[in-house]
Design a protein around this ligand. Structure first.
Ligand SMILES: O=C(O)CCC(=O)C(=O)O
Ligand SMILES: [Fe+2]
Length: 221
């Protein structure tokens, strides 16, 4: 299961983040990945402006009920990456544990990318997800968001022209089991649609009670 949201960020927000990223200090992406697979750059997390941009993207994500309903996020980590010409991230599966240290690690249940470059600004650099139904090629407009299971193989093809900027990150969900997460997300989506289509219906409250009680059974806090 994957979630795609267009316009997570407004054009103006993308522009502001891109200004920050143009000024930011970068380090090699291989500090957090295998050198044989990964060749990109990542913005210095210690930079204050980068931290402001990080919070801005996270706030946008948490403001979207489609995202919180789908992912049930307990903990999220985010960084900004960059692929110049020739840079790539070959087929890989994300690590199970992510974080600054073992004691502060989060379990990666879901991975996400927020595109910060419009497709016409760069050539190559497509994101490819190896789904059970074959390869899915994804290149979305700046400000768009996608989220996919962290155990799915994926890659970023070499950039052949321009630069590709993105925010990427990992989510530990309150629900470790994908089936439980999908069912709870479905129920919550159904409740939202019911409220939308029948504002006076008493049933959404009962859906909410089932939703909460399933969480009481399954959520890991
Ligand atoms: O740049 C991207 O969109 C994905 C990067 C990625 O797969 C990773 O950092 O693990
Ligand atoms: Fe990855």
């Amino acid at each position: 299961m994957m979630l795609q949201l267009d316009n997570l960020l407004k054009k103006q927000e993308v522009a502001r983040i891109r200004e920050t990223l143009a000024r930011a200090p970068y380090e090699s992406g291989t500090t957090s990945g295998k050198k044989t697979l990964k060749n990109n750059l990542q913005a210095d997390k210690g930079d204050q402006e980068v931290q402001v941009a990080t919070r801005a993207v996270l706030n946008r994500m948490f403001a979207r009920p489609e995202f919180t309903g789908f992912a049930m996020p307990r903990n999220v980590t985010l960084m900004f990456n960059r692929y110049d010409v020739g840079m790539t991230y070959k087929d890989h599966m994300d690590a199970a544990l992510m974080g600054p240290s073992q004691t502060q690690a989060l379990r990666a249940d879901l991975s996400f990318t927020v595109f910060l470059t419009d497709p016409e600004e760069y050539q190559g650099g497509d994101f490819i997800l190896q789904s059970p139904f074959g390869e899915q090629r994804i290149k979305k407009s700046a400000g768009s968001f996608m989220c996919y299971p962290s155990d799915m193989l994926h890659r970023v093809d070499p950039v052949t022209e321009g630069t590709r900027w993105a925010a990427v990150g990992w989510i530990q969900s309150f629900l470790r089991e994908p089936r439980q997460r999908a069912m709870i997300a479905h129920l919550e989506d159904l409740r939202r649609r019911l409220v939308h289509d029948h504002p006076d219906s008493p049933y959404p409250e009962e859906f909410a009670q089932i939703h909460q009680n399933l969480l009481r059974m399954w959520a890991e806090v």
